[in-house]
Design a protein around this ligand. Structure first.
Ligand code: BES
Ligand code: MN
Ligand code: MN
Length: 462
């Protein structure tokens, strides 16, 4: 065991430099301009798996970006762990808010990461966390201690909805056969408070357009006499929540699973400071659904948020105009047992119904995803808990997260496998934001903990 730690210690610098090489490629899946870079990243990940000791490595084509598959099968009588991660990243904009270049990784100290953190787009979400698994394979290989068979499935479309991963999984069930899926693409409470994610929210995402007059109009000549699409859209959006911040779409809460008092009490025991939360975001107060705590609002309750709204004149100076149209992007985070298709349909019906006769409304659905929960009495959870306990010296706390990894529910449907969400990021790591970073402590602690998961999973299954 200590030889694993020694191997990590002796190769620390090289591991970091290898991660930097992957972070330098701008694999932005949302922007087709970066297609060449996304493909190059798939190749770099495939190369790294070969170098780490995988026996078979393939770049599997899909109708979209390829999936990197790798495996090392040591013994058919041993359990098999399937590792999932993603090599694509979010667009870095707004660029001007980055202190250093998003695709030129550097290490800087922060208050939360006194030992230093890697600043780069994808450092935490998910290249840094995915790469811990590649290096963990190298560690287990080099120290001859791989306790289970291992398979990798690293995709390049997570940040745009994982559409082709579903396609791939449905066609490769045998290849992907395993006993558990292990994922590091979530966070934990703090570096001295390890936790394991036991739930993810689902997602329903729509774009709406409100159209008024057939052209932009002079707001003096027509103002007050025709509907202004921006005013109307704002009112419609405002009406989607009542004074208690309860969502008003009929049927929206119908399938929501309420937690028992015991479960809510257990949740309230996880360390959380409202003061620190407000301070970190520079807020004088929080906001949310009546009757629920901040951690509950951000995990076990569904939400409705506008992600972007535009229309009319937004250039310099003033232009007196009634715009012809207004648009917004709206996301709804869903909890068990809400169904994204059903929620999208409820939204469409309701949004069309509340529109005044003076405008036309169009609703276009985008990608969605199912919510997920994993039980704590599962052998995979127990192995993750034992592994973190061994590496952190503390039992990890189970926590339901507010984020989404839509493909996790599909893994369960198609492969019949539970996913263990053993993530090492922190909420403060600014994923999807400018200055995304990932602690060096977290990177190396992950590489140390993953082999322990394999060890404990083997004994759980024995
Ligand atoms: N890794 C994140 C999800 C995440 C982060 C879950 C932290 C829990 C804690 C993932 O890459 C992501 O950003 N997912 C998207 C959904 C996707 C459909 C674009 C999200 O949650 O917005
Ligand atoms: Mn991610
Ligand atoms: Mn993400």
């Amino acid at each position: 065991m200590s030889s694993q730690k020694e191997f990590i210690e002796n190769n620390k610098e090289r591991f970091l430099e290898e991660l930097f090489e992957i972070l330098r490629i701008p694999s932005i899946s949302a922007d087709s301009q970066y297609k060449g870079d996304v493909l190059k990243t798939a190749e770099a990940v495939a190369e790294s798996l070969k170098k780490a000791g995988a026996d078979t490595v393939e770049i599997c084509e899909t109708p979209g970006y390829p999936i990197v598959y790798g495996e090392k099968l040591v013994d058919p009588s041993l359990p098999t762990v399937l590792v999932y991660g993603h090599y694509d990243v979010q667009p870095p904009d707004p660029m001007e808010l980055w202190t250093t270049e998003p695709f030129d990784p550097v290490v800087r100290k922060t208050d939360i990461h006194p030992d230093g953190a890697i600043f780069a787009r994808g450092a935490c979400d998910d290249k840094g966390q995915m790469f811990m698994h590649v290096k963990a394979l190298e560690v287990m290989n080099a120290t001859d201690s791989l306790a289970c068979n291992i398979k990798f499935m690293i995709e390049g479309e997570e940040e745009v909805g994982s559409e082709n991963l579903g396609w791939f999984v449905k066609r490769n069930k045998e290849k992907l056969a395993a006993d558990v899926i292990l994922i590091s693409d979530t966070g934990m409470i703090a570096n001295d408070t390890p936790s394991i994610t036991t739930g993810l929210r689902g997602l329903s995402y729509v774009e709406v357009k409100v159209t008024g007059p057939n052209r932009d109009l002079h707001s003096g000549l027509y103002g007050g006499a025709v509907a202004n699409p921006i005013n109307v859209l704002s009112n419609m959006i405002a009406s989607l929540q009542d004074d208690n911040l309860h969502i008003t779409i009929p049927g929206f809460y119908e399938d929501v699973q309420e937690l028992s008092e015991t479960e809510r009490k257990a949740m309230a025991e996880a360390p959380f400071s409202l003061d620190a939360y407000k301070k970190a975001l520079d807020l004088s107060d929080v906001h949310g659904e009546l009757g629920y705590s901040t951690p509950e609002r951000a995990s076990i309750r569904p939400t409705l948020d506008v992600n972007g709204i535009w229309g009319g004149y937004t250039g310099e100076g003033a232009k007196t105009v009634i715009p012809s149209w207004a648009k917004a992007k709206i996301s709804m985070r869903l909890v068990p047992n809400q169904d994204p298709e059903k929620i999208t349909n409820l939204f469409m019906d309701h949004f069309t119904k509340i529109a005044p006769a003076s405008v036309k409304v169009e609703v276009t659905p985008h990608h969605g995803g199912l919510p997920y929960v994993s039980p704590v009495d599962d052998p995979g959870y127990k192995a993750a808990s034992a592994a973190m306990e061994e590496s952190f010296g503390k039992t990890p706390v189970p926590v339901r997260s507010g984020g989404s990894i839509p493909i996790v529910a599909l893994f369960e449907q198609e492969l019949g496998l539970k996913s263990i969400l053993m993530g090492f990021g922190l909420d403060s790591d600014a994923i999807h934001s400018p200055n995304e970073h990932y602690g060096l402590f977290n990177f190396y602690k992950g590489i140390e903990t993953i082999p322990l998961f394999f060890k404990h999973f083997k004994s759980q299954k024995a």
